[in-house]
Design a protein. Structure first.
Lengths: 933, 117
């Protein structure tokens, strides 16, 4: 239970923290510290288990079918990172309290920081790779928001976008890699993956998976050539840089390499990819850091270089190198976080970060200067500080690589070279900032020491640097051992933590690096001149250019596909459907299944022939719209007959009534439209469309034929058996609609309602003037409503209503039900509109159809929810029998209420749609039928 | 019988698709209606063709498959809603653009393209 608490508490507090922003910066800082303190307290009891080599698991199922689980896992490595995240996070919260100015959105800042912390803890404590992936992406998102915290700065926004694009892209690669690994292992659980190292490494997909996973790790940890985002992310507030870009987020990639070390490392591919990337990053970062005038820029590139060093150590593949890598993770986090904080203090107190202007600060802030100098010395690798220890181990390991011939020289030379640069840029940080003359034109003058509490986090971290540097075995020994054991997945090689290992080659290398670095710094002007000869590449400009090029390409591609012609889309849609269906259809051919063909009777054949003729006629004579519509209506009627012919009375009735409504609707619409379609498309286009139509029709014929002649099994046995006993009705179709699949029906009447409301909304403020005639010179009749129709329609209404009530009531047992009854009522009412006009009818009906729709949906929902009262699931039907006079024995089911809802919704929707169209014409209001009454 | 039924569906599909590809809204609406007839019949046919076996319990010895019928029943009503919506969309298009071409306001597009050039 304690692990998910550690992970999720920061998220919970992130929601609450902004509420305390009103209480001032101290209040919110205190609240934001809670998760870290509780987290540390929750992790503490596990130490004994971990020290004994154990692992703590907390897991719950989430989506077992996909292999995702809420699985949390704590071992030595996870503990090490969790401690870094929690402790440095705590210090950052304190530091940010003083760093942020009044009036800044501190609520947002702390909330984001907490979300980031939770995500980061999620990465290191996840016991499931997919769960880890989710947190991985969350860190990308939250870091994006943190980098762009000062949203008014364009550089901050761009830097954030670059970071998101690079790390997000890497995240995609990582996801693909994880999916491959999961596929190989058969599980995403970390325990299973770590145990399956040999299986993974011998798998054919290993090279792909490794490349993808390393892409994720390299982008996150700013490895060359993806390192460019990190310096630009320095637009973030300094607490963010100190936290994300030194101690935690950039370490996520390194963590991933350590985490999957037993599963992935030890192959040649691993060695070459990881160690060479690390080497390149180490050198590039160290070299560029030397030439940065921006204080944070120097630290950022130095971070890139140190991340390269850690990567290189993991790449070497020896066990001792992995131990050294883990050790350097700790050391780098401590000294780099303190340096960033010191840089933030300097920025805070002087108003600039330009090292050409900040000079001689020793006079103004000796306390901060001392702290920064100790931390910088650790960065340079000065003995008695923690940076020295891991750097010695690194030098020693660089000598141990079994490379052939002259290649064996490369790692130590690269290591020493990087050491020289590191000493040089560290020396610059110390000398240029705190000595080297007087400050030049500072925005804030004179600078002085920051508030007391702002220095405490730096002091704690610097103290840690010294402690580890002097008493490594006592201070960090057990933690390092436990983390190394977890990284290596078992045995830890013999290593010895001591300040001095005697006079040996690594010490010589350190010595060389010192002398070289100091010489280099003293001769820096020559190097600056040399460096200035090269044109500096502005990564941000390049990146922006690449991005805008992609956007342009994408736009052009979209414009090409999506040219605004609906006709073309339709052709593409139909065409691609045909292409997709063509392959299986071509192999199947004309297929008649086992059941064979049954004989045809003449009436059916004749009806089918008429139907086919009318369908084709409505297509070929489509230019005469009215003609086309008449043929369509015949088709609709024949479809209704087809349903009746093949044992579907409900469908036949529905189709028949829908047909009537549809025809009225289309004729009403046609009233406003031109009666003729002009001939526009060219002959070739029409030929193409005919070919497409014939292919589609032919394909459907083949598919239908094959389907109809195949034997099949249906799940309908269940419905037939339970319809009477469970649903209380003999009309199985209706029982399915209102009972078995009642929820579907509820959804469907909702769709109907939405469509009707959409129609109403679309036509609400629209006016259309119908064309004066039928397009052939015949004007519309100006006659009032036909008298005969009016006289017949009025007495028809009560009759029709009675029939619909009858159809409705018997629906559960005989063909009928809410849908059909609703349509019949609609038709009866529509007839009144046609016969007597909009206003006359509307005046007498006096109901808003919106309300009818709403009432219908409410009835249906209440009928469904009623079953909750009896403790049954939604839409469970209950029924009983009563005897009515005339009707006889009658069954009352709660489904009847549901069906009533359906009935009302259908009426409301149908009439709302038609009335909305009828109201369009400006004449309908003028032609008030009152005078005709 | 099966062949006849298949031909009916084929004819409905072919006519529907042809009209679907027309340039004016009204034929497209008619085409969609034809197509939905075809689709409804096809769905219905997935329960196979049975004569005189309506799924009313007690009315015959064996019953046609009621499930496709229930599905098609709602499909018919939803199909009507869809037709109504599309036809109203085309009316609105006509009202806004004084033109019933499926591509909406072509005149404006052409104008803006000319303006670009």
């Amino acid at each position: 239970m304690s692990l998910p608490l550690v992970v999720f508490l920061p998220f919970l507090v992130a929601i609450a923290a902004p509420l305390f922003a009103q209480g001032g910066r101290t209040a919110i800082a205190i609240v934001s510290s809670i998760p870290a303190i509780i987290g540390l307290a929750a992790l503490f009891p596990h130490w004994e288990t971990l020290a004994g080599g154990g692992v703590v698991h907390n897991s719950w199922e989430w989506l077992p079918a996909l292999g995702i689980s809420f699985s949390f896992r704590l071992d030595g490595l996870a503990l090490l990172f969790a401690l870094l995240i929690l402790i440095i996070g705590l210090l950052i919260i304190l530091y940010a309290r003083y760093y942020l100015k009044k009036g800044e959105n501190i609520g947002k800042f702390y909330a984001l920081l907490l979300c980031f912390k939770g995500s980061m803890l999620g990465i290191v404590l996840s016991g499931n790779l997919l769960l880890m992936m989710i947190f991985w992406e969350l860190t990308s998102l939250t870091s994006f928001l943190l980098i762009s915290f000062w949203t008014h700065k364009q550089d901050a926004r761009r830097g954030a976008r670059m970071a998101l694009a690079v790390t997000g892209g890497g995240g995609l690669a990582l996801l693909a890699g994880i999916l491959i690994i999961g596929n190989i292992v058969g599980s995403f659980e970390l325990d299973a993956v770590l145990a399956a190292g040999d299986l993974i490494k011998n798998h054919a997909m290993y090279p792909v998976a490794l490349t993808l996973i390393l892409l994720g790790a390299f982008t996150k940890s700013a490895q060359f050539p993806f390192h460019f985002w990190l310096p630009h992310a320095m637009q973030a507030p300094t607490p963010v840089s100190a936290y994300l870009h030194s101690a935690t987020m950039v370490k996520a990639g390194v963590f991933l390499m350590a985490r999957l070390y037993p599963a992935l490392a030890g192959t040649e591919q691993w060695f070459y990819m990881v160690s060479f990337t690390g080497m390149a990053t180490l050198l590039v970062g160290a070299y560029v850091a030397m030439f940065k005038h921006d204080l944070k820029g120097l630290l950022a590139h130095s971070t890139v270089s140190h991340l390269g060093l850690i990567t290189l150590l993991f790449g070497m593949g020896t066990e001792l190198a992995a131990v050294a890598a883990v050790f350097h993770v700790i050391n780098h986090a401590t000294f780099k976080a303190s340096l960033f904080m010191a840089a933030g203090i300097i920025d805070h107190e002087t108003g600039t970060r330009d090292m050409r202007r900040i000079n001689g600060l020793w006079r103004y802030m000796p306390h901060t200067a001392t702290l920064a100098m100790v931390a910088a010395s650790s960065m340079a690798g000065v003995p008695l500080l923690n940076g020295f220890l891991s750097k010695e181990m690194f030098f020693a390991e660089s000598l141990q690589l079994n490379l052939p011939g002259i290649w064996a020289w490369i790692p130590p030379i690269v290591a020493t070279l990087a050491g020289i640069f590191a000493v040089a840029y560290s020396a610059r940080f110390v000398h240029d900032v705190f000595f080297n003359g007087k400050p030049v034109n500072l925005p804030i003058y004179p600078p002085h020491e920051p508030p007391r509490y702002m220095k405490i986090p730096v002091e704690i971290l610097v103290f840690a640097c010294v402690m580890v540097g002097v008493f490594p075995a006592y201070s960090v020994g057990p933690l390092l051992y436990s983390a190394s054991a977890a990284t290596l997945g078992g045995e830890v090689p013999d290593y010895h933590l001591a300040v001095m290992h005697g006079f040996n080659l690594p010490l010589m290398m350190s010595f060389a690096a010192f002398i070289g670095g100091l010489i280099m710094y003293s001769q820096r002007q020559k190097f600056f001149d040399f460096h200035a000869r090269f044109k500096e590449v502005d990564e941000k400009a390049v990146f922006e250019a690449v991005v805008s090029r992609f956007v342009e390409l994408a736009n052009r591609f979209t414009a090409r596909i999506e040219n605004g012609s609906l006709q073309r889309y339709a052709v593409l849609l139909v065409g691609s459907a045909i292409v997709v269906a063509m392959v299986p259809l071509a192999t199947m051919g004309i297929f008649v299944g086992e059941n064979g063909l049954s004989p045809v009777d003449w009436p059916t054949a004749i009806a089918a022939a008429i139907l086919i003729f009318c369908a084709l006629a409505s297509a070929f004579l489509h230019r005469g719209r009215f003609t086309s519509l008449m043929f369509l209506s015949v088709v609709g009627l024949l479809v209704a007959l087809a349903f009746a012919r093949f044992s579907a009375p409900d469908l036949a009735m529905t189709q028949l009534s829908v047909e009537v409504v549809t025809m009225v609707l289309l004729m009403l619409a046609l009233f406003y439209m031109p009666s003729w379609t002009p001939l526009e498309t060219s002959g070739t286009h029409r030929a193409r469309d005919i070919v497409l139509a014939l292919l589609a029709g032919g394909g459907m014929t083949l598919v239908t034929l094959a389907m109809l002649t195949q034997p099949f099994t249906s799940i309908s046995e269940f419905f037939l058996e339970n319809s009477k006993t469970g649903g209380g009705g003999t009309n199985v179709v209706n029982v399915i609609l209102v009972d078995f699949r009642g929820f579907d029906t509820l959804g469907e009447i909702t769709v109907l309602a939405i469509a009707a409301l959409g129609i109403y909304a679309m036509l609400k403020d629209t006016a259309l003037t119908p064309p004066p005639g039928d397009g052939e010179g015949h004007a519309w009749t100006r006659d009032a409503y036909p008298l005969m129709l009016k006289q017949i329609a009025r007495p028809m209404l009560p009759l029709a209503l009675m029939i619909s009530a009858y159809i409705f009531l018997r629906g559960h047992n005989l063909p009928g039900g809410g849908f059909i009854a609703g349509l019949i009522t609609s038709v009866a009412l529509i007839l009144q509109y046609i016969a007597s006009g909009m206003v006359w009818t509307q005046d007498r009906i006096g109901i808003k159809y919106h309300n009818v729709i709403g009432l219908g949906l409410i009835f249906a929902t209440i009928a469904g929810a009623g079953s909750f009262v009896y403790g049954y699931p939604f839409l469970t039907t209950t029924f009983d029998y009563i005897t009515w006079p005339v009707v006889g024995k009658f069954e009352v089911a709660s489904a009847l209420v549901f069906d009533l809802g359906v009935y009302l919704a259908v009426i409301g929707a149908t009439l709302l749609a038609l009335v909305s169209i009828g109201r369009l014409s400006p004449h309908s209001a003028i032609r008030s039928p009152r005078e005709n009454v | 019988m099966e062949l006849v039924f298949a031909l009916v569906i084929g004819a409905l599909t072919a006519s529907g698709v042809y009209l679907l590809l027309r340039a004016r809204t009204f034929p497209v609406v008619v085409g969609l209606t034809l197509l939905s007839y075809g689709v409804n019949l096809f769905l219905f046919a997935s329960g196979r063709l049975a004569t005189g076996q309506q799924p009313i319990l007690g009315s015959s010895a064996s019953y046609a498959d009621p499930l496709p019928q229930a599905l098609v029943l709602t499909a018919i009503v939803i199909g009507f809603a869809m037709t109504a919506f599309v036809v109203v969309l085309s009316l609105r298009n006509l009202a806004d653009n004084q033109d019933d071409h499926v591509d909406g306001n072509r005149k404006q597009d052409e104008d803006s393209e000319e303006a670009k050039q």
